[in-house]
Design a protein around this ligand. Structure first.
Ligand SMILES: [Zn+2]
Length: 177
């Protein structure tokens, strides 16, 4: 049985080749001297990547879009995973629409953070965006109710939502707040 480092999430602990079902092995394949999991029969190589996600400060003159995730002690910003093959800026626009019903255009990238998650979906790079609300009608989603809240009244962000917190900090630093 192949063993994995403690920080590898359970769904990436492959034992059998997903292409041909042969038992996998771990060996150095490239010049980087890093042992990698591969299939000795068909040559499939496991290359696990950090997950990419986005968090968005979506604003207009009324305030900033917040979501109210059920069961969390605080609000969140619209956020979510970047799909395979998707431009992160498009993900940001899509996530805001899915979670708030609002249409936005990207104004700025506020930076990125690395979150070393050891649970699904694993280590994550979160790209932080500022966007301007240009249309739509605010409504909630499975992620919770949605509201536009004036900056001065903006509630505390949920402790588990690192990306939302960092995005808001970066936005406040940018506007000198
Ligand atoms: Zn194979």
């Amino acid at each position: 049985m192949l063993t994995y480092a403690d920080n590898v999430i359970s769904s990436l602990r492959f034992q059998y080749c997903p292409m041909c079902t042969s038992p996998l092995v771990r060996e150095v394949i490239f010049d980087d001297n890093i042992p990698r999991v591969k299939c000795p029969v068909c040559g499939w190589i496991q290359l696990s990547s950090n997950v990419i996600s986005v968090a968005v400060v979506a604003r207009n003159e009324q305030g900033i879009a917040a979501i109210y995730p059920p069961g969390e002690a605080g609000v969140g910003l619209p956020a979510g995973l970047v799909e395979y093959g998707e431009d992160p800026a498009e993900s940001a626009i899509r996530e805001v629409f899915e979670e708030t019903g609002l249409e936005v255009k990207i104004i700025d990238c506020l930076g990125w953070i690395f979150v070393n998650r050891t649970s699904w979906p694993g280590p994550m790079i979160q790209i932080l965006y500022e966007a301007e609300i240009i249309g739509g009608h605010i409504k909630g989603s499975d992620e919770g109710a949605a509201r536009i809240i004036p900056l001065a009244e903006f509630p505390a962000i949920s402790p588990s939502r690192t990306g939302s917190r960092k995005a808001m900090q970066a936005f406040l630093a940018k506007i000198g707040g």
